[in-house]
Design a protein around this ligand. Structure first.
Ligand code: SF4
Length: 142
């Protein structure tokens, strides 16, 4: 199966801090699936390193309130192009991220408070009918 995966989970240093969120469990799935790394924030044109971002009131902002919604939407669209090109029906994404979070994200106050919600890319993939889970819910792939 071709599975889209948040690049940082596979060890790419694409996080806002220029580090990764490497997950041995996710990487191990490469033995039985084709994993396709995507980072919507980089693909939307944002630099690395970059300011941490959160979703707030329908936008994506940094802690000073600067609006990064446009590149986030652009990156989500680019990932969807990859999904369509490679007929991906599944994705594994990084939890809590304003782009990749699935089911739970930070609330936009930059206080580490979590709320229900999806990242921008995750929502775009779900809307397109792609099954999305985060790195903490891998059982269906094992
Ligand atoms: Fe990882 Fe997604 Fe953030 Fe890129 S946008 S660093 S893939 S969580």
């Amino acid at each position: 199966m071709n599975i889209l995966v948040s690049s940082c989970l596979l060890g790419l240093d694409c996080r806002y801090c220029a580090g990764s969120s490497y997950s041995e469990s996710v990487a191990a799935l490469s033995k039985s699936h084709t994993l396709i790394p995507v980072c919507p924030e980089q693909m939307g044109g944002l630099p690395t390193p970059r300011a941490p971002l959160e979703r707030a009131d329908g936008k994506v902002v940094d802690k000073d309130g600067r609006d990064f919604t446009a590149p986030m939407e652009k990156g989500a669209g680019e990932v969807l192009k990859v999904a369509n090109l490679l007929s991906c029906t599944h994705a594994i994404t990084k939890s809590k991220s304003p782009s990749c979070g699935c089911g739970i994200i930070y609330d936009g106050t930059f206080s580490r408070h979590l709320i229900e919600g999806n990242g921008v890319m995750t929502q775009r993939l779900l809307d397109a009918g792609i099954e999305v889970t985060d790195e903490n819910h891998l059982s269906r792939y094992l």
